[in-house]
Structure formats: structure tokens, C-alpha cells
Design a binder for this molecule. Sequence first.
Ligand SMILES: Cc1cc2nc3c(=O)[nH]c(=O)nc-3n(C[C@H](O)[C@H](O)[C@H](O)COP(=O)(O)O)c2cc1C
Length: 214
Amino acid sequence: MARVILGVTGSVAAVRTPALCAALRASGHELRVVATEPSLHFFDPAALGPPDPAGGLLFRDADEWPPGGYARGDPVLHIVFRQWAELLIVAPLDANTLAKFAIGLSDNFLTCLFRAWDFARPVVLAPAMNTLMWQSPVTLRHLRQLLADRAEDAVPEGWGLDDAADVFARHAPRLVLVPPQAKRLACGDVGVGAMAEVVTLAETVRRWAEAETP
Ligand SMILES: Cc1cc2nc3c(=O)[nH]c(=O)nc-3n(C[C@H](O)[C@H](O)[C@H](O)COP(=O)(O)O)c2cc1C
């Protein structure tokens, strides 16, 4: 099993973080959670279970900026985490952090981690947002940018949201897009945008961990 970082962003689907955390730990992965500040609105850190005695469990922006200032030799946490992790899963990935990933903004722990990531190691992205946010041309623009940056060969033009996961799998196999599903969303709208099921995400991580780690 693998050393896994679960990135969590400020989608209402972050209510599933305790369940996803439990599923990943039950699979035997060593787990660290890097949460954006908005994501902490949606779950109680205490519900994640006991911290790993060696390495803690939940990390947030303040952990990158300990009081007392920087002294030469102090760890740079997003680099330390990148060196430690064998796989990154961002679930839920909200529209805001998708946009930041696509254009390279690095203004919090999670976006710094993504920017510093070694893309020879798998990244699983599980977007979750309102249907109109998902269907906005901005979403497709950002997904296309992410794929263009990591594609291993020429990507044919003309693909859209419906075949995005397949196109990612064909051209950037280690950038794994787990598309949102259609259902009644927390906001009451009905349509595509809900995060994939926890079981699907845990199974995706299990498959990649098995394939990529000795
Ligand atoms: C109650 C509530 C629910 C939200 N749900 C979502 C969501 O499902 N998807 C999304 O993209 N943004 C959602 N947002 C907006 C994000 O929380 C907002 O863009 C935030 O700045 C994201 O910050 P982060 O990407 O750093 O976590 C929601 C906001 C609120 C107040």
C-alpha cells in the first residue's frame, strides 16, 4: 500500500472527508490530509480519527507558517510532503482550486504541493461543484490546460467534459480524472457535479497504489 496525501477543498462534498479518510486508511495506506481553510467548514477534524503517531494526520495552511519565523534548515512542508508521498488525491476538487492548479497559482499548502508535485507519481482529481459551474466553459478550459501541461503525446482537439476522463487516461495516464456524477446536489439542483462515490475513489487509489508501489 502507499503513502497517500488526501487534498480537500471547499466543496460541500468535503462532508465526505471522514468517510474517505476511513476508506483509505482501511485499505492500509499511510495517510496525510492537506485541507484548505474553506474545506474545514464542512467537516470536523476530530471525525478523521486518531493521528498517525509518526506523522500526524490533518495539515492546514498554518502548519506551513509556524510561529517564530523561518530559520535556515527549517522544513518546507509542501516539499517535505511531496518527497514523502507516493500518490496525491484531491477529493473534492472545487472549481477554485481546479482553476489555481490549471494556471499554477500557489497561494496555500495544497496548491504549493500540487505545483511542486513530481508528476511521475499519480494524482487523482475528483471535481465536485454545482452543475452550471461544471458545465461552464471555464471548467473545460482549465481541464484542457492541465492535460496540455502533462500530456505524454499529442492530444486530439475537440474533446469535452463527457469524455474528459478517457482523454486524460489515454494521454496523461498518471493524471487521473474521476468525473463527477449526476444526482440531486446539496444546493437542490439536479445534474452533473456531485463528487464520485467514496468507494470509487478508494478503489481508484487502491489500483494505482498497487500498480505503482513496490
Ligand atoms: C456552502 C458552500 C458550498 C460550496 N460548495 C462548493 C462546491 O461544491 N464546489 C465548488 O467548486 N465550490 C463550492 N463552494 C465555493 C468554495 O468554497 C469557494 O470557492 C472557496 O473559495 C474555495 O476555496 P478553496 O478552493 O481554497 O478550498 C461552496 C461555498 C459554500 C459557502
